[in-house]
Design a protein around this ligand. Structure first.
Ligand SMILES: *Cc1c(COP(=O)(O)O)cnc(C)c1O
Length: 498
């Protein structure tokens, strides 16, 4: 019996009840799923059922079979990767959006989908202090919701390429170069792969806190241009994934003034939402974003309270997007599109159809208000500052680089008596890998690792909606406990070897 409206009503109420129970019980669950690879294939039949099944059995199997295989990103002791927002307002926005599913590719598909997106993107632009030219109401630049920051970067790079090749029609595609840094998210390399273009990752140093400086960019541009290459886009980052580094967009902007056909895309997937707070606009380089960026992206779906997916992309000039991406076959033409009175968002991204994502952004921004949004961001930063202070005060724990917004990167750096200077870094690396393996095996907290210019370290990223100072302190307890065990193990191995 497939579900009719009344059966949906019943199953829907039950689903909401069970989701509420899930949230009540979240803290009692292990943060990371404890299942082994292939666990689900062992439990599921090899093919879809021939006859339809009772929905109650299906719903029960979700609890029994799927939930144990979930890592709970909303768990208050989740400090891995970056947070992935999930709010009840966002969930309901998604539910309504899917209830009226439509592919929203042009205005006439469902006028509300296009119009709400154009409005909430302007709300978000103002929340972050973006300059007027990024607003849809400017009718020059504008904002669009993409699936991910990777899609946003790809779209920006496609637009940059189209702008560059239009200005330089004789340039061979094999001479075009995408600039990133060694700390840029893999989205730069991914875009290069997809587009069949070269990508050059500029070196950055620990002394500069892993930020790209103007001088390094200028040297690379000069060298590449001298050998006939055409760098046409730079992906700058505000808040790199590994360590939260912020490229020096002020210096970069000055250099790019001498190279005005190089597009600056600013990827602030994680940290861009801090721009909601006036006190973080300087560290997140708002003035330079407004002065120099051709495109800017941040993800509401990370730290920004809106459920995956909601990556917001703004461009200085929407024509660069539509020049690169506008394909309007006869069957997609509309009166309003032809007249140029409406946005046809299909020409602002890669696919034709699109989800009605603005609804959940609208729900969240209205329910939290700008003040509630800022409070959430400030809470994450305060919790991270608390964590960083605990690390600083407890050698042999050491921060590897300055904390950035709501991210700290640390490791154990004990004196290691008896280890020669030349072997110290290798020994610390081995010790920290063993330490992280212990930490990763714990069910009650989840952190992830990274390598910064050869140094193995551990990341602590705060921002889940339910994390409190109490949780951070309990996590710190676990972090210390495993450190004591790892250090004792190292000393025992050393005594054995001696
Ligand atoms: C997470 C992250 C990304 C990738 O985000 P997606 O939306 O999953 O593509 C890109 N850049 C930075 C700096 C990130 O932290």
């Amino acid at each position: 019996m497939v579900m009719d409206i009344e059966a949906f009503r019943k199953a829907g109420y039950q689903a909401i009840d069970r989701i509420c129970d899930y949230y009540y019980s979240l803290e009692q669950k292990p943060v990371a799923s404890q299942v082994h690879p292939g666990y689900l294939r062992e439990l599921l039949p090899a093919a879809a059922p021939e006859e339809g099944e009772d929905f109650q059995a299906i719903a029960d199997d979700y609890q029994k079979l799927i939930v144990p295989g979930l890592t709970h990103w909303q768990h208050p002791n989740f400090y891995a990767y970056f947070p992935t927002a999930c709010t009840f307002e966002g969930m309901l926005g998604d539910l309504y959006a899917t209830s009226a599913t439509n592919p929203g590719f042009n205005w006439a598909c469902s006028p509300a989908c296009t119009e709400l997106e154009a409005v909430v993107m302007d709300w978000a632009a103002q929340l972050f202090g973006l300059a007027g030219h990024f607003l849809n109401s400017s009718e020059i630049g504008g904002g669009v919701i993409q699936t991910t920051a990777s899609d946003s970067a790809l779209v920006a790079i496609v637009a940059a390429r189209a702008r560059y090749t239009a200005a330089h029609p004789d340039v061979r595609l094999e001479d075009l170069v995408i600039y990133t840094t060694t700390q840029t998210h893999s989205l730069g390399v991914k875009a290069a792969l997809v587009l069949g273009l070269a990508c050059r990752a500029l070196e950055v140093s620990a002394d500069d806190r892993f930020a790209l400086r103007g001088a390094a960019l200028r040297a690379a541009l000069d060298a590449d241009k001298a050998r006939g290459k055409h760098p046409f886009v730079l992906v700058g980052t505000v808040g790199t994934t590994s360590s939260g580094a912020v490229d020096r967009l002020d210096e970069i902007g000055e250099v790019l003034k001498e190279h005005p056909d190089v597009w600056l895309h600013v990827d602030a997937a994680w940290a861009g939402v801090t721009l909601a707070c006036p006190e973080y606009r300087a560290p997140a380089q708002l003035a330079s974003i407004n002065a120099h960026a051709d495109s800017f992206c941040t993800n509401f779906h990370k730290w920004g309270l809106v459920n995956f997916d909601a990556s917001t992309l703004w461009v200085r000039n929407r024509r660069h997007l539509t020049d690169a991406l506008d394909v309007t076959p006869e069957f997609l033409r509309t009166k309003q599109g032809d007249a140029g009175t409406v946005i046809d968002y299909r020409n602002w991204h890669l696919s034709l159809g699109r989800r009605f994502r603005s609804l959940k952004v609208w729900f969240v921004l209205r329910s939290y208000g700008a003040a509630g949004f800022r409070e959430h961001i400030r809470k994450g930063i305060a919790l991270n500052a608390h964590f960083a202070a605990l690390v600083r005060a407890a050698p042999p724990f050491a921060l590897v680089t300055e904390p950035s917004f709501a991210l700290s990167v640390f490791r154990l750096a004990p004196p290691l008596p008896g280890v020669a200077d030349g072997e110290r870094e290798a020994a610390l690396d081995a010790l920290n890998r063993a330490y992280y393996a212990r930490l990763a095996a714990r069910p009650d907290v989840l952190l992830t690792q990274t390598v910064l210019n050869g140094t193995f370290c551990i990341r602590f990223a705060v921002g889940a909606a339910r994390t409190t100072q109490d949780h951070v302190e309990r996590a710190w307890g676990a972090i210390q406990e495993e450190a004591r065990a790892a250090l004792a193990e190292w000393e025992a191995a050393r005594a054995d070897g001696a």
